[in-house]
Design a binder for this molecule. Structure first.
Ligand SMILES: [Zn+2]
Ligand SMILES: [Zn+2]
Length: 232
């Protein structure tokens, strides 16, 4: 028996090289003007805007402050903006990211009462290992990852710090990492992979099912009134 025959097989998907085209730092603005983008096919269902921006910044070698300036030029990049529909310009965001408006809209919690969200970043360690953060994880009424059934965490496993759920230069500059100590939120695996390849099919299905359940509950929660308007 060869010496390594008893070792567990490594997950080939987890060790693939990043698929994104990594561009030199000084070409980011030109390349964006030429149409460099992040394919919607590389995103998972329900991917949060923060997760999308991490991938977009890596794909285009964009520093955090430059990306914040592109999507919200009126705010200071180090102060940033809350990733909620009312706080960001969705049209501008779609144009910068070159993603369909429905994908961008779905990545953000709304302002309705049922859209209450945590103001600190919450994550599933296994999803973080696959480079995925869901808009579901920020909801106040979600406590488990639908794919891995793990409790959602807010604290860094290394320094115990929490980071605000916000888009600013330091958050964008630390993809899937703690903003305080820069340790990875997962178990040490590289996370800047195509999540489509790395997440198991049943995990994608579990997340999609949970998203559908949430959206159908919200539609049911909006009742038509006698005057033709809608009421929650
Ligand atoms: Zn998970
Ligand atoms: Zn930390």
């Amino acid at each position: 028996m060869p010496p390594d025959a008893r070792l567990p097989r490594r997950n080939a998907a987890a060790i693939k090289a990043p698929r994104f085209p990594i561009l030199p730092f000084d070409e980011w603005r030109i390349s964006l003007a030429r149409g460099s983008a992040l394919s919607p096919g590389l995103l998972m269902p329900g991917e949060s805007l923060v997760s999308i921006l991490w991938k977009f910044a890596c794909a285009n070698a964009l520093p955090g402050h430059a990306l914040v300036d592109l999507i919200s030029p009126e705010v200071h990049p180090h102060e940033g903006v809350a990733p909620v529909r009312d706080a960001v310009d969705l049209t501008r965001l779609s144009r910068v990211l070159r993603l369909p408006s429905n994908v961008v809209r779905a990545s953000l919690p709304g302002a309705a009462p049922h859209d209450r969200y945590h103001e600190v970043f919450r994550y599933c360690r296994q999803c973080a290992a696959h480079g995925y953060h869901s808009v579901l994880f920020q909801r106040e009424d979600e406590n488990l990852c639908p794919a891995h059934q793990q409790s959602l965490q807010t604290r860094c496993p290394y320094c115990n710090g929490e980071i605000p759920y916000i888009i600013n230069a330091s958050v964008i500059g630390a993809p899937f990492r703690c903003g305080w100590c820069h340790s990875h939120y997962s178990y040490g695996r590289l996370s800047l992979l195509s999540t489509t390849a790395a997440m198991r099919r049943q995990d994608r299905i579990a997340i999609s099912r949970r998203l559908r359940l949430r959206s159908s509950n919200e539609v049911e929660g909006v009742r038509p009134c006698a005057d033709g308007n809608s009421r929650l």
